[in-house]
Structure formats: C-alpha cells, structure tokens
Design a binder for this molecule. Structure first.
Ligand code: ZN
Length: 167
C-alpha cells in the first residue's frame, strides 16, 4: 500500500491525540455534541482560509483547546507535535486559574500580540463558537445572553484587528 504523505498522517495523529484528550468532554450546547466535532469544525474553517493551509497551523487548530481544557501541558503537545504547534496552542489557551473576568481581560489584551497563526486559529474558534450558539445554544440561554456572547466575540476580534500591519 502506498504510504500517506507526512502532512496527512500528522493531521490524523493530531485528530487521534485530540479525540483521546477530550474523550470525556461534550460541547455546552443543548445537543451536547462530542467535543471533537468542534475541533474538526475549527480545522475545516482554518483549512478553507486562504492563509491557513500549512501543517503547523492545521495541527494547532485541532489541538487548540487541549492545554486549556484537559490535563495535558505545553510540553505534552511539544513532545509529539513540536514547539511551533505547542506555542500556537499556548497563545490561545486561557489561564484557567484566573477568575472569569480577569481571564476575559487577559484574552483581549493578548490579541494584538498573538502570532498570525494563533490569530487565524482564534478567529476560526470564534466562528465555530458563534455557529454553535446559533445552532445549538446552551440550555437556558435567552436572546440577551446570546447577544452578550456575540458582543464579547466582536470585541475580541476587534482587539486583534490590524495586528498584521504593525508586525
Ligand atoms: Zn475552541
């Protein structure tokens, strides 16, 4: 059998890694989708973006929540997928030891300083999260809560706008 190109096996390895790391997690939506659905969607959005099509950013898209939401660390990601991927993941990982408001402030403050790759992944994450709120909102979320979430996303994207030009 003909062997698969390296980039493809790197992606499939990342999918297996993420599926295992997030195996006990579900999305917050009423439909409680398996967490991997979100990661595949973020991968798909990045893959379709004109600047997303390199293996580092595609692998980072799959792994973007692994440090924030599972016990795995930067080093665990770096050991298997290298420091570039691990850094993009870390750039998009909130410090979950901070209170929610501070986390939000830190997320906004970090946006202009992120690498281009990290911002591509973050934007794809936001698109996927907004879609989830539209299609399968968490139980009990009324219109105000959804609009508040949309506004938070808008501010986050605004905070990173134009960052490429300053680099
Ligand atoms: Zn995410």
């Amino acid at each position: 059998m003909k062997s698969m190109p390296g980039d493809v096996t790197r992606l499939t390895e990342a999918l297996v890694f993420a599926a295992d790391a997030h195996r006990n997690q579900r999305r917050k939506g009423a439909a409680q989708e398996p967490y991997i659905n979100h990661l595949i969607e973020v991968l798909d959005i990045v893959a379709r973006s004109s600047r997303g099509a390199n293996s580092e950013v595609l692998v980072a898209a799959i792994l973007h929540d692994v440090v924030e939401d599972t016990p795995l660390s930067y080093d665990d990601v770096a050991k298997t997928f290298g420091p570039r991927v691990a850094t993009i993941v870390r750039e998009n990982s909130d410090d979950m030891s901070l209170p929610k408001d501070e986390r939000r402030r830190a997320r906004m403050a970090a946006m202009p300083h992120k690498s281009t790759e990290a911002r591509i992944v973050k934007m794809a994450d936001v698109i996927s999260n907004l879609r989830a709120v539209a299609v399968s909102p968490p139980a009990g979320w009324g219109a105000d809560r959804k609009l508040g979430y949309l506004e938070g996303c808008r501010q986050l994207i605004d905070a990173g706008r134009g960052a490429d030009q300053v680099l």
